[in-house]
Design a protein around this ligand. Structure first.
Ligand code: BG6
Ligand code: MG
Length: 215
């Protein structure tokens, strides 16, 4: 019996995953490291620091802690600059109607995002009030692929993982949710269905009952 739904933010509610990608490409480029879409699939969901560690590994470079901190700050500044373009046009198709429907049906809703910018984005887009709990990257020690974010979100909703569905667009996030004992619906990248329980391209026409037939 599903009682709660936990949503990743970037790439699930809003297409800010593309802003992360562009910002990382530009930062990596300064160190002559090329990031393509397939590399980006492995960056999605990871913390800012873990993303850069992976990029350094790919480029076979090592930086001092001081320089690493500068890179992380530069990336975040670039990313936040891009957020200034954000509007409801950036929401995933059908997502706001879906959230409204769920609120009316009295499901518990949470956000489980690795991003420290999550709350700002939700406030800016006037979406915060849909959620009973918002867990972001500043609230747990271990980020995705650790299940901690989702476990904390479920706990805050007063629910067990088996009673929650997680919506995720990243491999690290799908793995995190499966490890935490959640049902997972992957969003966007169809290859995630190898690990997830069900897949949707977006929220247009998606009905929870549809999912219930396979769960
Ligand atoms: C996740 C994104 O939601 O948040 C990752 O998928 C990003 O790409 C991570 O690295 C951390 O985000 P931020 O905004 O704190 O740098
Ligand atoms: Mg995501």
């Amino acid at each position: 019996m599903i009682k709660g739904l936990i949503f990743d933010l970037d790439g699930v509610i809003v297409n800010t995953d593309t802003y992360h990608y562009e910002a990382w490409k530009s930062v990596a480029n300064k160190y002559s490291i090329q990031i393509d879409k397939s590399i980006n699939e492995n960056l999605k969901g990871l913390s800012r620091r873990d993303s850069w560690n992976l990029i350094m590994e790919i480029g076979n470079i090592q930086l001092s802690d001081e320089e690493t901190n500068i890179v992380l700050e530069t990336k975040n500044n670039l990313y936040r600059k891009k957020l200034k373009n954000l509007s409801s046009d950036n929401l995933l198709l059908g997502v706001e109607n879906f959230l409204q429907e769920l609120n009316h049906k009295e499901f518990k809703l949470a956000i489980g995002s690795s991003s420290r910018n999550a709350k700002d984005i939700l406030n800016y887009l006037n979406l915060s009030s849909y959620f009973d709990s918002i867990i972001d990257g500043s609230m747990v020690k271990k980020l995705k692929p650790s299940p901690d974010i989702f476990i904390k979100a479920a706990k805050n909703l007063g629910l067990k993982p088996i009673h929650c569905i997680v919506f995720e667009d990243s491999l690290s996030g799908v793995k995190a949710a499966k490890d935490g004992g959640f049902k997972v619906i992957s969003v966007g990248n169809k290859e995630l269905l190898d690990v997830a329980d069900y897949h949707i391209d977006n929220f247009l026409d998606f009905k929870l009952d549809q999912y219930a037939t396979v769960s």
